[in-house]
Design a protein around this ligand. Structure first.
Ligand code: MOS
Length: 753
């Protein structure tokens, strides 16, 4: 269980505040930089074996025969599993709330539906032996041509997701209309840490070290699919080297490792290779979105239509809900969003940072920029004048929306007022400057969560929850919440998460972990303090013996009389020691609060604005992002340091989305051809500009008592359309198909040089 001892943080935390709003450095940083933090694949156990899957080399067909004869006698090989000897897995009961994106269990049948699908699993003493034997497994296929075509055509009628007013009449009657199609490609999650499972079975129960953003759901899925009671499955994820949504739901390798551990009665380690991560653990689906806008001549939106398609796998029903933020972002009386999935011979898709809204906003915010040009309006002005008074989708007020202020603050800091709108008109240091902007939004919700807080006789406060820190600062913000509510210094706070033996915590997804923890932690602390005061009141050894608990208070780690100064009080550790108690516990539990569940009350979302500068050298067709100003309205910011780090990371990922990232599939065999970090291009430090992040910091009590909304995903929302708007301003080339390619820009390069 990941338990953080704060000894070495004393010094650093003394230099920063410790409570809510303090820019506290991560409390887990010393463990990480010293190599003591145990990531999933760092775990090793006596007798542990290594498993390496064999992946299909076709994308559509059936397995006729698997020949393991050569592989099976290779050095170190213990067992080779195929559909014939792995045994059955159960399916997930989808009405139970358990979630998995690849519902078909591994090795379930002989049908191949995507390149890379697992067809066998080799277990050997060492990784090298397992890899060599996996390469020696011969699979004979009956293969058919796959369909991995990028352009999508609706096979069924588009399904209406939201509709108000009469878009068709408004569109045909309008003075100004726009009708464009935008596409975004398949993007593959590439967290530094590979997916992995280390599975142990003791004859009765499983202990599974996993790379999971949601250990409680992971346990439920594994329990159902392995057919064992949930209490016999323990999931451990102490640290995660990021996930970006790719590690939200369990994947087939976890089942393979668990089953192999059960059959062989040996610990099994299975690490998913970088190449396999391009087909066995999800991706962001490609999208194709037709946007139609109409407006009055002075720029009031009169209709908005979004018709979108996205690909899904043959057997699964992954979603890429591009209309996520369309219906409430701007005021518009006539609006319709329709969407439909299209099947391809591509592996199952999954959530990727800001799923739905991020590709959706690329289309809708790009269209807003193009509409502003048609109108001869500043794109900032067009957005400001379409600010809605209420959420027209839910027909309720906004809980806390400061989009206009975010845009205006960003404009001031960026110097937007100095922008000359003429294409290619701004120059500096011999380079052409392009300035673009876009708005962004992301949902703000809570899921159910529980936590226990213990005040211990050693003077520490210990907090326990089956949450997980995916690298974003969850350990740290939990400690800050406890420090803030108890006055106990960070150095005496111990955070224990990442193990399903603990009270069930939230998933780390949908930017919901922090807000979900807030009420549970607050309640647990209130209860622990009430217990503490009761001990002080009833313990014969206590200085407060016989006083009513109503006369007592707990301040800065001391129990004191309410009518006397806190400094007159007694440290809680002394009271516990005198009473011979090891500690007192408080338990907290909170429910979900979602956009949907509260649809009749209030609209809770986060907002923001990006201002982007690109520099363009037409002589050598070189383009790069040189400056970003981002203003975020995400409620109360619990830790501006880790918060800014989240937004900066999301912006860099957004630059990758705009300029680099795209998974290419070979039309002949459906293979992701750029399945490595050399060919799948992502933004690096060298591509990361000066980034100025501003938080508006308006607490939103509609979501939780601290007023904190999520922060993990909103930074990437709207970034790509701000980049392509800047690219247009610099080059005159409007890129509607991401990523921006050199071929697109050469048109401008040839023109101007
Ligand atoms: Mo995020 S895509 O909900 O991990």
């Amino acid at each position: 269980m990941a338990t953080l001892d704060q000894q070495e943080n004393r010094q650093q935390s003394a230099n920063f505040g410790e409570g809510i709003g303090a820019s506290l450095p991560r409390i887990d940083a010393p463990q990480k930089v010293s190599g003591r933090a145990m990531y999933t694949s760092d775990h090793r156990f006596p007798g542990m074996l290594t498993a390496v899957p064999v992946c299909a080399t076709i994308a559509n067909g059936v397995v006729r025969h698997i020949d393991v004869s050569a592989a099976k006698s290779m050095p170190g090989v213990h067992r080779i599993f195929t559909h014939e000897n792995i045994g059955n897995f159960f399916h997930v009961n989808s009405s139970s709330g358990a979630k998995i994106d690849e519902r078909r269990p591994p090795l379930d049948d002989t049908v191949i539906r995507y390149y890379g699908q697992y067809v066998a699993l080799v277990v050997a003493d060492r990784f090298e032996q397992a890899s060599a034997a996996a390469a020696a497994v011969r699979v004979d296929y009956l293969s058919e041509a796959p369909n991995v075509e990028k352009m999508l055509t609706a096979t069924d009628k588009l399904k209406t997701e939201t509709e108000r007013g009469d878009v068709d009449t408004a569109f045909s009657a309008a003075a100004i209309t726009l009708d464009h199609t935008y596409t975004t490609p398949v993007e593959t999650h590439n967290p530094i840490e590979l997916h992995a499972s280390v599975a142990l079975f003791d004859g009765n129960a499983f202990t599974l070290y996993e790379t999971s953003q949601a250990i409680v759901n992971h346990r439920e899925v594994m329990s159902q699919m392995l057919g064992v009671p949930a209490e016999n499955v323990r999931i451990i994820t102490e640290y995660l080297g990021s996930g970006f949504g790719g590690k939200l739901w369990p994947w087939s390798h976890s089942l393979l490792a668990a089953r192999a551990a059960r059959i062989l009665r040996r610990p099994i380690k299975l690490v998913v290779s970088r190449a396999m991560m391009f087909h066995n653990v999800g991706h962001r689906a490609n999208t194709q979105q037709r946007i139609r806008l109409s407006a009055t001549a002075n720029g009031k939106l009169t209709s908005l239509q979004q018709d979108y398609l996205f690909h899904i796998a043959q057997t699964e029903d992954g979603k890429e809900q591009c209309g996520e933020s369309t219906a409430y972002l701007y005021g518009c009386d006539n609006l319709r969003v329709r969407g439909s999935p299209v099947r391809r011979h591509i592996a199952p898709n999954t959530s990727m940072r800001g799923p739905g809204a991020v590709p959706g906003l690329f289309a809708t915010e790009s269209a807003m920029d193009e509409l502003a040009l048609q109108l001869g309006l500043d794109p900032l002005q067009l957005r400001l004048q379409n600010e809605p008074a209420i959420d027209q989708h839910m027909n309720v007020p906004f809980s806390s929306r400061h989009l206009s202020e975010a845009m205006q603050t960003g404009a001031d800091r960026f110097g937007w007022g100095r922008r000359n709108p003429a294409v290619g008109s701004m120059r500096q240091d011999g380079e052409i400057l392009g300035w673009g902007m876009a708005a962004c939004s992301w949902m703000a919700s809570r899921v159910a969560a529980q936590a226990t807080v213990t005040l211990s006789q050693d003077g520490s406060a210990r907090i326990f929850s089956a949450a997980q820190d995916i690298g974003t600062g969850t350990y740290t913000v939990i400690a800050q919440m406890v420090a803030d509510a108890t006055g106990i210094p960070i150095a005496k706070i111990v955070v224990t998460i990442g193990n399903t033996d603990l009270p069930p915590g939230p998933m780390s997804g949908g930017s919901m972990a922090t807000a979900s923890m807030v009420p549970a932690i607050a309640q647990a602390i209130r209860e622990a303090i009430a217990q503490m005061l009761a001990v002080a009141s009833v313990s014969p050894q206590s200085a407060f013996h016989g006083l009513q608990t109503e006369m007592l208070a707990f301040t800065a780690g001391r129990v004191h009389r309410k009518d006397q100064a806190p400094s007159s009080g007694v440290p809680f550790a002394e009271i516990l020691q005198a009473a011979k108690l090891s500690g007192v516990d408080g338990k907290g539990k909170s429910g979900a609060r979602s956009v949907d569940a509260d649809a009749n009350e209030i609209s809770i979302h986060s907002y923001g604005a990006h201002f982007v500068e690109v520099r363009w050298q037409p002589e050598i067709a070189r383009l790069y992002v040189s400056r970003v100003v981002t203003v975020i309205d995400a409620g109360r910011i619990i830790n501006p340091r880790t918060g800014r780090n989240q937004i900066e990371g999301a912006i860099v990922m957004g630059i990758g989305m705009a300029l680099f990232e795209e998974t290419h599939y070979d039309a002949h065999n459906g293979k992701p051809v750029n399945n490595n970090l050399a060919d799948y291009v992502m933004a690096t430090h060298a591509d990361s500009p000066e980034i100025d992040v501003v938080f508006l910091d308006y607490p939103d009590q509609a979501l939780d008592e601290l007023g904190a909304r999520g922060i993990g995903e909103i930074g990437i929302a709207g970034l790509a359309p701000a980049v392509t708007a800047a690219v247009y301003h610099a080059t005159g080339v409007r890129v509607r198909d991401l990523p921006v390619k050199i071929e697109d820009l050469l048109k401008a390069s040839c023109k101007s040089s």
